[in-house]
Every structure is written in structure tokens, then in C-alpha cells.
Ligand binder design. Sequence first.
Ligand SMILES: [Fe+2]
Length: 340
Amino acid sequence: MQNQANATSETKPMNLLHSKPTFVQLTKSPELSPTLPSWVYRDPDVLDLERECVFGRNWVFVAHVSEIAAGQSFHGDINGEPLVLSRDHDGNLRAACSNPASRDPAMRVETLAGLVFVNRDTQATSLAVQAPGLEASIRGFIPDADALVKCHETVHEVASNWKVLVENSLECYHCEPCHPGFSTDVDMAHYRSVSDGIVTIHTSQRLHTAAKAEDDLVDSDLVDKFMYWYVWPSTEIDATPGEQPQLSIYTRKALGPDRHQLIGRYYRLPGDTLSSAERQSFDEDATLLEDIAICEAVQRGLASRGYSQGRFIVDAERSHISEHSVHHFQCMVSDALDLR
Ligand SMILES: [Fe+2]
């Protein structure tokens, strides 16, 4: 399988994986497909290849437009590899590798609903083309997404491969048993996820709790709608609409094959600062901490010598307990790494 969205003229690095254990390839049907083999989550060679073929050839969120004023620079990174975003006095954004020894310092940069994405692959297909409808979908929740400013940032270190936490976010099979708070707030019966190319959209309805009934924004249909976007390979977007809109953006930074950081960046309207209680709720986000515990247990399971490949749990309705979006993600990993 080839990842058509990210076709590139660059030569892939020497195949680091040819001597790895044999495995059964994924198939197009999630009902019939095996999962990726466990060594893909543990092998340092795989991470080296991912730095080139996944993080080096795809669109990754780096900053919000408000963080790069005209005439100024912003230091960011793609999965830990440093880069500089700069904006000239005409408002044009440029991205470049901040390593002066790099042979290929130029990068693509594209802005979508106030979010700045970069791509090291100068031949990459435009983000707007790869993710049609994403900007309109986010702006449906927050029309003035460009006007927000950063109000907080969190960093959680996770003892798992970065892909384990992505996969955790792509299925809600675990939500009812593992997230009592989340599954009380969000209607599991109507939870759905749909993957199309580089974007997976999760949708449901927020349930009317007593606290929400007191909210003076309930006259807006969107306030009750739950929507969450995943953008391959490592960006997640959560938009809260209303009079106090908030964008929450999550990215990953791999620290090793079995360790990574989850970075959360939160944006609100200028002056809408976080209370100390809100700040603490971001730092100690119960759902996130529950997910981290699950992922660290999964990583320990992946290290078992008795396990190599499993199967996906899928149902015909593609309901909240179905892992079809995890299968979609694993197929993109398999394509990007040319696993054969
Ligand atoms: Fe979760």
C-alpha cells in the first residue's frame, strides 16, 4: 500500500526494517486485518524511520498565529526537531529548520483556522487539500479562531510509544470502563468516529447535566455537540464553542520507542484567563491521566514475548466500541513506513 496523500520524490532512507521479525500485513478490511506487530511500538529503528517518513513528511501543528507577531520569530519543533517560524512585516509566515548544518532548511507552512502547521516535505500536498472541510468544521465551532491567544500549556510524560496514545484517542471502546466522568458527560450511544485520509472526526452529544443546565449558552445547538479532530500523524484538536471559546491542541514528542511527551496548548480570547482551579484541572485532567495509565499498561503488554499481533474489535455500525479508526491509523503507519 502506498500513502498517496504524502507521495514524495525524496528517496527513502535505507530500509532499516528488512531484518525485523516476520509478521502478517494489515488488510484493508478492519474485520479481517491483524494489528501492527508489537515490535513497531518498541524498536528504535522504527522510531528513526518515523522521524523521516512520518514526522518528516506530514503536517504537524506548531503554533497559533497569535504566537508569531509581524517581524518576530517563534521557536518550535516537529517531534523534538527544532524549527523557527517567522513572520515578515507583510504578514507572510516562513518556517525553517533551526539547525544551520541542515541540508534542507526550507519547510512548508500553512495556516488553518488560526493554527500554523509545518511540513518538512517541500513537495507535500497542501494541508487544505489533504484535509478538505477541516477549517470550516473548526470555524463552525469557533468562527474567530484566529483571535484567540495561548492561556496555558501542559506537558505530560508517558511511558509508552507515541502511537499507543494516538490509538487510545481513536477509539472509545475503553471510555465507559475507564472514563466514568467523560462517559457521563458525552453520550456514548451516539459516539461515532469517521476517518477520511489524514483526518478522523469524533462526534457525539454532550449530555445535559445539572451544571450544564445552568449554563446560559445552552440556546446554542453547538454547545451540546461534541466534536474532536485528529490530524495524522500527531495533532488533536478540541474546540469549545460559545461566549468563552477555547481551542485545545495536543501534539506528541517521541523521546524514545517506549516514551513520549504529550503537549497540550490551550487558547482563549484575550483577557479570558484561567482561574487557578481551571489551571489545576488542565494540569490534572482526569480523563488524560486515566488514558496515560491505560497506555503505559498497553506498552508493558506490547513487551510480552507471548504477543506479536492482535485483531481489531469492530462492528458493522462503527459504534463507540469499534476500533475501525485505529485500523485506519495503523494502515497509515504501515504505508508511511512501507512495512512489508
Ligand atoms: Fe481515553
